[in-house]
Design a protein around this ligand. Structure first.
Ligand SMILES: *Cc1c(COP(=O)(O)O)cnc(C)c1O
Length: 367
């Protein structure tokens, strides 16, 4: 049996007629950059996120960068985030001229450990970016409390957490802004590149709408120096169709995670993912921890099971961030996790039979 890491074809097959109709509408109206499909999607995605505003942009990376710029972060500022994330989180900080400052993660949730936050704050600190890694929110209450005490803004990196909840509140709706990616493999994926910023801050929303469109509110009248960060019309159409299915897809992911958890419960060599009491985890990634990860993964690959590593090298020891001056050993929890995590196949269309096969092979390989 072959079990792919992700199966975008299965999902497309189930919705192809609606997708075709949506794309045809864009062709017929020639609204290729922004336009009605994007505006409709923005309105529905804002509702979905329990936020007043959603601003569709060209990628999750753009969303993070624009949110930082829009909140006034720039050269000389420090922004605290997790070393255990996709590089885009920290790239966005560097690319607005600020400096990423990392703090270690909580060993159970793999999100920033709030008890380490206060000590990392300096007079230069302006913002915190908690990352809702794998689809589970960071512990937002203590993070918000500390940030408010120190006058810091909070930008949620919710690029893996569409529809996740923290104490009943949707990911992205808790901080000053929430950033989403619609990269094709994400829980809500476009058929190309796209992202969004959500916020309840009306002024910020206005600024970001101008910023992504060359700083103009009215064509060729530029109020601020902006950028081209628009979402394209085809992506708006695809995302509009797919958003309707997202709640059902999320439940299917959670069912698959539950089945993995149950079947792996008696395998003491595997640490299954932890769902915090405060969280509704949406399992963008189902990551287990095992000793001897590399050999373990190789064996699964040979048996037709595709896995991933999210992420093999923490950001503080990436070559690109060497100038920041961190060393191996700076963040022992993040480094330990990076050596042991394996992401198993996870998507809504994954069958019970496939999950069963993956677990059977895991147990065989660990014997
Ligand atoms: C995917 C992702 C991003 C970047 O999104 P793109 O749409 O690929 O630019 C940022 N942060 C995290 C945590 C991600 O998973």
């Amino acid at each position: 049996m072959k079990v792919p890491f992700l199966d975008l074809k299965a999902q497309y097959a189930a919705i192809r007629h609606e997708i075709s109709a949506g794309l045809q509408e864009v062709l017929d109206t020639t609204s290729f950059a922004g336009g009605a499909t994007v505006e409709n999607f923005e309105a529905n995605f804002a509702l979905f996120c329990q936020c007043d505003h959603a601003i569709g942009v060209s990628s999750g990376t753009t969303a993070l960068w624009m949110a930082l710029i829009g909140l006034g972060i720039g050269p000389g500022d420090e922004v605290i985030t997790s070393p255990n994330t996709f590089i885009a989180t920290a790239e966005a900080i560097s690319f607005c001229g600020a400096t990423p400052v990392f703090i270690d993660i909580d060993e159970q949730t793999h999100t920033i450990d709030p008890s380490l936050l206060e000590d990392a704050i300096t007079p230069k600190t302006k913002a915190v970016i908690p990352v809702h890694l794998y689809g589970q929110p960071a512990d937002m209450d203590p993070i918000m409390d500390i940030a408010r005490d120190h006058g810091l803004v909070v930008i949620e990196d919710a690029c893996q957490a569409h529809g996740a909840e923290y104490k009943g509140r949707r990911a992205g709706s808790i901080g000053d802004a929430g950033c989403f990616s619609f990269y094709p493999g994400k829980n809500l994926g476009a058929y190309g590149e796209a992202g969004a910023v959500v916020t309840n801050n009306h002024e910020l929303a206005e600024r970001l709408r101008m910023f992504r469109d060359h700083g103009q509110r009215q064509k060729y009248h530029h109020s601020i120096i902006g950028w081209n960060g628009r979402m394209d019309g085809f992506q708006g159409a695809v995302l509009g169709v797919k958003l309707q299915y997202l709640p059902a897809w999320t439940e299917a992911r959670r069912e698959n995670a539950k089945l993995y958890n149950e079947l792996l419960a008696d395998e003491y060599k595997v640490i299954t993912p932890f769902e915090a009491e405060y969280a509704k985890h949406v399992y963008h990634v189902y990551a287990i921890r095992v000793q001897g990860r590399d050999a373990f993964m190789e064996a699964l690959t040979e048996q037709g099971i595709s896995c991933g590593i999210h992420y093999p090298v923490p950001l503080h020891i990436q070559e690109a961030f060497r100038p920041l001056g961190y060393e191996k050993g700076s963040f022992p929890v993040a480094e330990r996790c990076a050596e042991e995590v394996v992401s198993l196949p996870m998507y809504p269309e994954l069958t019970e039979e496939q999950v069963g096969y993956v677990v059977e092979k895991i147990k065989e390989n660990l014997r």
